[in-house]
Design a protein around this ligand. Structure first.
Ligand code: ZN
Length: 131
């Protein structure tokens, strides 16, 4: 789901390239939804997080002990940090305003989010099966 943010007269909008209708047949292009900036949940507003290649599954205490004190020091010093994948270092992300948008547009948005998640889950499942 591709989108860009736009500020129009001091208000923040997320413009979606394409949102799908729940009938599964049609879609709307260039849909604008009012949004607000919220602290990025991925990096907690740091603008960076540890490279998921390093701790994508989380590092346990045991693993940390195995990796040694030098690694631990570097880890907490941010040596393995990368610019946040979610907010691209902006520390905030746009969140769709649930109150300020018309219900029919929110329905398209919700449906498209669901479809995207279902598609991503299917792709991941296929990858696990070796497809
Ligand atoms: Zn972030």
């Amino acid at each position: 789901m591709k989108s860009t943010t736009q500020e129009i007269r001091g208000r923040l909008y997320v413009v979606f390239d394409e949102l799908f209708h729940p009938d599964g047949e049609s879609s709307s292009r260039g849909v604008k939804l009012l949004a607000k900036w919220v602290v990025c949940p991925r990096c907690d507003g740091n603008g960076a997080h540890t490279n998921p290649a390093i701790d994508g599954h989380g590092i346990t205490r045991e693993e940390m002990d195995e990796l040694g004190p030098e690694f631990e020091e570097d880890y907490f010093a941010g040596v393995y940090d990368v610019t946040c994948h979610e907010c691209k270092g902006r520390r905030v992300v746009p969140e769709i305003d649930r109150e300020e948008n018309p219900a029919d547009l929110l329905a398209l948005y919700d449906y498209t989010v669901e479809e995207d998640a279902a598609y991503a889950a299917m792709v991941a499942a296929e990858r696990r099966m070796g497809a």
